[in-house]
Design a protein around this ligand. Structure first.
Ligand code: SAH
Length: 222
């Protein structure tokens, strides 16, 4: 897909997301318009980069549908200058959107599959988001070296919110994460840290994410 065609397809998708009210915040709309999703989607799915569906990104993982990403970004209400940890880098696309909202140096994303992390790094660089840090590791443990975070956003589903995430939140920090039974039956939880360190949790939309595999999540599949 040529670049002007991609830009046109991108803007059509974004207007659809606005029309269906998945996107309400003008800053989220701006972010979707800025990030070229086609650069994060491998062949042969690239021609579907601007269809509102999840797409395979290799290693058995998927990039979420744009409408699902929009729901998460709207729930997270990311402000400029906030520190963000994304758990589950995958293609790097969601991290690029987060960096438009928070500022590129404020976003770190963690991925357990080293080859995918390398791909995410490459995609982010190609799209001009090289300031986003991609680390390899078990994000169910958070990423203590850059804590505290104003936002921890997970794009893989855990059985419950891992305790290290709450511990790594700044005062009034938020967690947006799919939680529920393994087989793609989760609820998007939106949690906020109270002054006493406990979480106030609200249930958002039902959703279907790949499992979060780690010490504080699901055991390794084999
Ligand atoms: N946000 C991604 C989509 C991620 S798919 C994007 O925009 O493309 C979920 C990702 O979570 C997969 O790449 C999977 O390998 C990763 N993952 C699963 N368990 C993890 C863990 N414990 N720590 C870090 N990443 C994990």
């Amino acid at each position: 897909m040529s670049s002007p065609a991609a830009a046109a397809a991108r803007s059509r998708l974004v207007e659809d997301l606005v029309g269906s009210r998945y996107v309400q915040d003008p800053r989220v709309r701006e972010a979707f318009l800025r990030v070229p999703r086609e650069l994060f989607v491998p062949e042969p799915s690239r021609r579907d980069a601007y269809v509102d569906v999840p797409l395979p990104i290799g290693w058995g993982q998927t990039i979420s549908a744009p409408s699902m990403i929009a729901i998460m970004l709207e729930e997270a209400t990311v402000r400029s200058g906030e520190r963000v940890l994304e758990v589950g880098s995958g293609s790097g696309y969601h991290a690029a959107l987060l960096s438009c909202l928070a500022g590129p140096a404020n976003v770190v994303t963690i991925e357990r599959i080293p080859d995918l992390a390398a791909r995410a790094r490459q995609n982010l660089a190609q799209a001009g988001f090289e300031a986003v840090e991609v680390v390899v590791g078990d994000g169910s443990l958070g990423h203590p070296s850059r804590a505290p975070y104003d936002i921890i956003l997970a794009t893989a589903g855990a059985p419950r919110i891992p305790e290290p995430w709450a511990a790594q939140l700044a005062p009034a920090g938020r967690i947006v994460a799919p939680v529920g039974p393994r087989l793609h039956e989760q609820i998007l939880l939106v949690a906020r840290r109270r002054p006493d360190g406990t979480l106030e949790v609200r249930e958002g939309t039902p959703c279907a994410f790949v499992p979060l595999v780690g010490a504080k999540a699901w055991p390794k599949p084999d």
